[in-house]
Design a protein around this ligand. Structure first.
Ligand code: LLP
Length: 403
């Protein structure tokens, strides 16, 4: 935890619960680590804002000299509001409408087409415009089947056998093919599949002379368990550098830019989620610690069986007693489980629960299911001061769109 237990109580008293808390220093450190991934190479880091699109965090990422990728016009909108210039945004759409393509193209943002069908649609509607194509390198990686986006069992990317068709469409509409991209999946702790994917992407690049960039994708993992080793970025860097050096020997554009698209790596560890224990009960000899962190607040454990370290912060001090319990939320579904069978300090009503590594795909995937209010977000600035960066939903927010 990057704040003390005392601070956690202070923050929930000040801003309410549940509460997402972010640490500016950690965010900046992760940005810098990524920027230094390939020293001496022409590298640009795109933050994948789907992991966390909080305006203030995006502003910090932008200040760190990082670009952004977007999955939707909404992400483009918030990125531009945070100060990202169109040339520093990459729209990696998946099954998007012409209108969505237009939203990006009109602003001078490069669009990546995810299928022959989307490339054809792009070409028809925006001939002579710049675009990229997302390929599926045939390799995948990820912490759950739901987030493996490369390989034979996914909807993403253009299969390698369709390279001739890509060329045909590019020619037919005089598309300015500026780049190719891929993303093999989310959360690898061992860089080998990533490097395999890159090798395959670079082979594809050889067939497209004159590209301006090659986007190797995101997926860089972070440790979610106490004591788990970090992803070895140095080792990954060496492996990537070798592959890139070999490629550059053959490729015509020696100034080609290499991009990476980390989401989780940048924002996961700077985020902590605080909640309150509302009830503790015994049900058929099992202890349930009932909190206000339902899966509307943090969806990852329910959706992917994801593990987050969960701490119980004792309001009246820790007397050392421990018990096996299951930490649950307040949503009307039995799957609403935050942490199963954990040995934790014996919880009481009024204690706090702290969920670590919650800065990626936390708030971003939250919802108002059960007409619950989405939480507030607070930033601990580099000087140690805290400030509200997103207010909690209100009941008016729940009825706002009814006509
Ligand atoms: N690029 C593309 C095209 C992506 O689709 C993604 C993530 C990324 C980059 C960033 O991946 P990252 O570096 O964050 O692994 N909700 C899931 C993760 C979904 C990832 C979706 N795509 C989770 O909570 O684990």
């Amino acid at each position: 935890m990057f704040i003390t237990e005392e601070k956690a109580f202070e923050l929930t008293e000040k801003y309410g619960s549940p509460l997402y808390v972010y640490d500016e220093k950690i965010l900046r450190t992760r940005c810098r680590e990524m920027r230094e991934l390939l020293p001496g190479r022409n590298l640009r880091v795109n933050f994948s804002a789907k992991a966390n699109s909080s305006l203030e965090l995006l502003k910090i990422v932008h200040e760190e000299g990082i670009d952004a990728d977007a999955m939707s016009p909404g992400e483009i909108y918030v990125e531009m509001a945070a100060g990202f210039e169109p040339e520093h945004i990459f729209y990696i759409g998946n099954n998007v409408s012409v209108e969505e393509m237009r939203y990006a193209a009109e602003r001078g943002i490069t669009v990546s087409a995810d299928s022959l069908s989307q490339l054809e649609t792009f070409g028809k509607n925006f001939p002579h415009c710049k675009a990229a194509v997302r390929f599926n390198p045939g390799v995948g990686a990820g912490h759950s089947d739901k987030v493996v986006t490369g390989g034979k069992k996914t909807k993403f990317g253009v299969q390698l056998d369709f390279i001739p068709q890509v060329k045909e469409i590019v020619k037919k509409y005089d598309i300015d093919l500026v780049g190719i991209d891929q993303h093999i999946g989310s959360l690898f702790m061992n860089g080998e599949p990533y490097v395999e994917g890159v090798k395959s992407l670079l082979k594809i690049a050889e067939q497209f002379p004159g590209l301006k960039f090659i986007d190797m994708g995101g997926g860089f993992g972070v440790p979610y368990h106490d004591g788990e080793a970090r992803l070895d970025l140095k080792k990954l860097s060496v492996m990537l550098d070798e592959v890139i050096a070999e490629f550059l020997e053959k490729y015509d554009n020696k100034d080609i830019i290499f991009k990476v698209e980390p989401g989780r790596y940048i924002s996961a560890e700077c985020g902590l989620l605080l909640g309150e224990v509302n009830s503790v009960k015994e049900n058929y000899s099992h202890t349930y610690v009932g909190t206000d962190i339902g899966f509307n607040v943090l969806m990852r454990p329910v959706l992917y069986d994801s593990y987050h370290e969960v701490r119980i912060l004792k309001r009246n001090g820790d007397d050392g007693s421990r018990e096996v319990c299951t930490v649950v939320g307040n949503i009307c579904e039995s799957g609403d489980i935050l942490a199963k069978d954990r040995t934790l300090p014996k919880a009481c009503e009024g204690d706090l629960v702290a969920v670590e590594t919650a800065g990626a795909y936390g708030y971003a995937m939250s919802s108002c299911y059960n007409c619950r209010l989405r939480p507030a977000e607070v930033l601990i600035a580099a000087d140690g001061t805290d400030r509200l960066i997103r207010r909690r939903d209100t009941y008016e927010d729940i009825v706002r769109n009814f006509v």
